[in-house]
Structures are given as C-alpha cells and as structure tokens.
Design a protein around this ligand. Sequence first.
Ligand code: ADP
Length: 644
Amino acid sequence: MPTSTPELERELEQRFGFASFRDGQEAAISRLLDGKSVLAIFPTGGGKSLCYQLPALVLDGLTVVISPLIALMKDQLDFLVGKGAPAARLDSTLTKDENRKLFDDLYQDRLKLLYISPERLGNERFLRAIARQKISLLAIDEAHCISEWGHNFRPDYLKIAHLAKQLKVERVLALTATATPPVAADIRNAFGIADQDEVHTGFYRPNLDLSIVPALGRDRKELLLERIRRRPQGSTIVYVTLQRTAEEVAAYLSANGLSASAYHAGLKDEDRASLQDAFMSSPNAVIVATIAFGMGVDKSDIRYVYHYNLPKGLESYSQEIGRAGRDGEPSVCEMLASSEDLITLENFSYGDTPQPEAVAEFTQQVLTAGEVFDISEYELSNRFDMRPLVVKTLLTYLELEGCLASTGPFYTEYKFQPQCSSADIFARVGQEESDFLRAVFRHAKKGSRWFSLDTTTASQTIGQPRDRVVAALVQLEENGDLVLQAAGVRQGYRRLRIPDDTKALARSLNQRFQKRESNDIERIQRVVELAQHDGCLTQHLLRYFGETRNACEHCCRCRDEKPTPLGNAHQTKLSHEDEQRIRGLIEEGHQSIRTPRQLTRFLCGITSPATTRAKLRKSSNMFGAFNTRSFKATLEFVEHLLGH
Ligand code: ADP
C-alpha cells in the first residue's frame, strides 16, 4: 500500500498522468489508505473526485460512489474509462443489455468503481446484489444533503449512514463544496468521522471581487444593463429566481444589443444543451439563468456573476459566485439587492411545509396499510395535498423511526403496442402459456395508440403472480412482438412496527417540518445581513463557513462603499376589507383550501397539488391576492378567522 508522498505521487502520475496533488488531496487520500473515514470540504473544481478515484484503484474490493448528478457521473466515467479504469454507472437510462453486463462485471469482480444515484439505495434488489461485495470505500458526493439543517436536504441521503453500517463498508469519504460548521458536524456524526479527519481547504478566492448594489425602487433591468455596459465584455452569468424573470431579462438585454439568452428548467433538454454549448464556446455571451444552470459547467473564464435576485442562502450564493474566475483572473460578483425578493424566496419554503392535520392522517394511514403494501408518491401527494418531496421525506422519517422498510420501486402499469397479431403469438407457445397470455391480453385496455395493463389487478383476477405477468410482457418485448413501456411507478414497503403512540410520532414529525421551515427562513435572513453588512463582505461570508481571515481589501465595502438598508417590503397589517375578502372566499367552501395553511398558501400565491387539481387558481381571483404580505402574518390572521 503506498503511503509516503513519493509513492502516492507515483500512483498519481502513473494512473492519472498528473504531476502533483492539489491542496487537500494528499491529506484525504493518505487518511483513507490508512483505513480512516474522511470528510473533504473543497471548493467546486478543487479536485474532490480524485480523493476516491485514486484509493479505489489501489484498494482491493469495490468503491461505490453516490452522486445525485447524472450529468457529472457521465463526465467522470468518460474520464476514468479513458484512463483504463474499470468503472461503471448504474442508472435508469441503461439498456437491459448494459444492465446485465454491469451486474456480470460486478459479480466477477471486474469493477473497481460503481457510480449510483441516492435513489438506488431504496431498491432492495440492488442492495441484496451489492451486499455480496466487499466494499472497501463508500464515497458520498454532495454530502451536505444529509443534513436536514443544510440548504439542500435530500431524504434519500438520511438512509446512507445506516446502510454504510449494514453493508459493512470499510471506510467512508464524504465530499462537499459547502458546509457550515454545524452541517460538517452533522456529516461527521452520521459517518463516525473523527474531527481530525476533516480536510478543509478553505474557500477564499483572492480573484473574486464581491459587490452589492442596492436595487430597491429602481428599474432593475436598467440597473443591470448599466452595470454590464460599464464593464469590459466577458463571459457572464446572471442568476434569477424565477423562469419568467430569466425570459424577461434575457429579452431586455438582447433588445439592447447584448448577446443574451435565458436558461431554465422549463426549456427542452436539447435547447438547454445547445445553449450551454454556445455559452461554453463564446468569450462574451450573457446567460440569464435560474439555479438550474451551473451544475457541471466547467468554464474557466467566467468574468461576471450577477445576482439579479437575492440568492436563497449563503450556501447557494457561494456556490454560484464560485463559478466565476476559475482561471484565477480577476472576476466580478455583483448582487442587485432588494427586499422585494424576500417574499418569493420565503414562499418557496412555506409551500413545502405540510399541514399538521395531513401529517397526522398520513402517518395513521401508512402505518395501518398492512404488513406489506405499496404506495404511489404521486397519489399520496394529491390525497394529502403535500408536495412530492414532502411525501418522500415523511416516508423516509418513518423508515428512520424503524416503522417501515422500503422494498423498492416497481411499475404497476404497462403500456404496449403489438407488433404482430396475437394469433401469431399464441401459435408459438404451449396451451397453458397461450391461455395465460390470452387472459392477460383480455385485461388490457385499448387506447388511441397504446394498450394499457394494470398488472396488479390483472394478476389478481387471473390468479397468477404479478411477476409472471410482467415477465411474460418483457419476454414478448425481447422477441420483438410488442413495444413495451412501464408507467405508474409505485414504492413497496414492509411495516416493521407500529409505534405505541402514533399521535406523538405525528407531532414530532410536524415539529421537524416546522424546524426546517424556520431554518430556511433564517437562511434567507443571512443573505439580507450580508447585503447590509458594513464590513468586509468576503470576511463575513467566510465566517459563515467557519473560516477566519483579515479583510480582503478588494470587495465593495473594503473600497468604502457604504451599505444601504434593503427596506421592508412586507405589508403586514391586514385591514377590515382584507378580512371581508377572506371571509368571502371561505364561504365559497372550496375543499382544497379548508385548513389555515391551505388557505394562506392560496392567498399568498403558493401552488399546492390540491388547488392545482381543482383548477382553483384559474377560477378565483383571490389566488396570490396577498402576495405582498408576510406569510406568517397572513397565517395568524387566517387561523384566527377559522377559529384555530
Ligand atoms: P470537484 O469535484 O471538486 O468539483 P473535480 O474532481 O471534478 O472537482 O476536479 C476538477 C478538475 O481537476 C478535473 O478536470 C480533474 O481531472 C482535475 N484534477 C483533479 N486533481 C488534479 C491534480 N492533482 N492535478 C491536475 N488536475 C487535477
């Protein structure tokens, strides 16, 4: 096992062709090779992946890498395969043959690195397959997602620590580019990483000039145009919160002679890819983007990052400005700051908190659904009027409470288009099989282009296992007799125990959601504090991430530009007239806005599964009628009106 610096450098040179380690890499790698678990906090582009790629090739056994970003996984894989490393990724885009080859390679110990998405860990079949392997290293990318108090919590991540133990993983490498001290502590606790095995390279980037310009009450588009025009041309990202704003701002800049385009999640995949390519190859392009843009964009000469709207936290802010000036050349990061943005940002958080009544009912129903049951997250989301992510989070909480075990996803509904006559198929198989297939086909409903089949009800009425029905369809597809598509994904669960006091459990789940909400709101306040901070901005930002430094001498405050208060955009007082309007809406008796939270969301312009389904937004002019008010004040008012 290589341990000394020259030995490690030889491995680095031979396997990857790199002459020397970057900051932090050797420290992380040598600890891992020494059998320790490590938390590595490097800025984006700092070379985190090498910290598991090199050990993976040196250690015997398998390295499993959990990464939520499929696009990044693909780039990494191309890199590794190019270096002759035996690596593969398991994701839902693989064909059946690719899948089979991957598992063959895994069982024959031909793989050293396997990339998976976090969702894969909810799949019992996959876990059984992987449990047979010796896993010498488990690497977790974006490890801050494990912390409920971090900025990007993902329910799947909560299960990773438990699984690492179950799979007897020898060592863990947790990787992230943003972790405040409490989040880093959360990660270390979850994986039993010693304090001294946290490798932190520091976030300070001397070539980034931070500045904040007050935008309240000004025409922000004009302000942005003026800022862009006064500076030399260069590759520019303008971050906005809403897709609509991205379109408006890009159109405005283009109309004023700049080469600007909008980029957001509402565009088609191919359009996004071509916009990204055009941006990558141009030295002067301006891209006006929501946060959907940036993941995996490795352009070294981005000269300007503007925040047209307030970022939703200092974590997002530092990640977004971190895309500027990767080449080390001076770059400008400017925020146009106005309290007008606060309501939109806060409403994202408020929209995610479920109603307490729904959480209690949800818990009760799921725990009494039977020993073995399956659910559709989509259906539950509609039934309980919770966003799908909230449904996932609740189910994960119940798993972590030891009440449920996930058995993985499966498809209940299949759609198919026959490619030959059914008589041809029946003629080819034996009597029993043709009777069976005939019965299956009888259950298929004919649509305009596809037949659809609910495999659960079909199997129940025919009296044959569901697996046999699915296997028969898959076989017919392999023979080329039909084109098959799976639809209607459901998640399987086993119930492990019913807690003594379900109501108390529901109460504690509600408290968890409440705490997350107040954390998110506080995170937005940290941005406001930065924008109004009267000292060095760089220093203030780094302090949030646990680093102490002297003043940077190059941000706008160090240049002596004084902060301007952002102003208070919330109109909190509700009038008698407001009360009359709300009462009027209550009297209309809409089912989808019965509870205080549902009604408040609606008034504040926050969508929910129930109001969307009821098409209430279109039929009532009260949707968003209070969107300039504080959610909290409106909620209190509504609770009072509804007698809660
Ligand atoms: P991160 O995951 O921290 O954002 P990556 O692991 O993707 O960063 O690394 C960024 C780039 O740096 C990659 O192209 C990688 O190949 C390169 N790189 C990593 N380590 C070294 C090194 N020691 N020497 C030269 N290039 C490196």
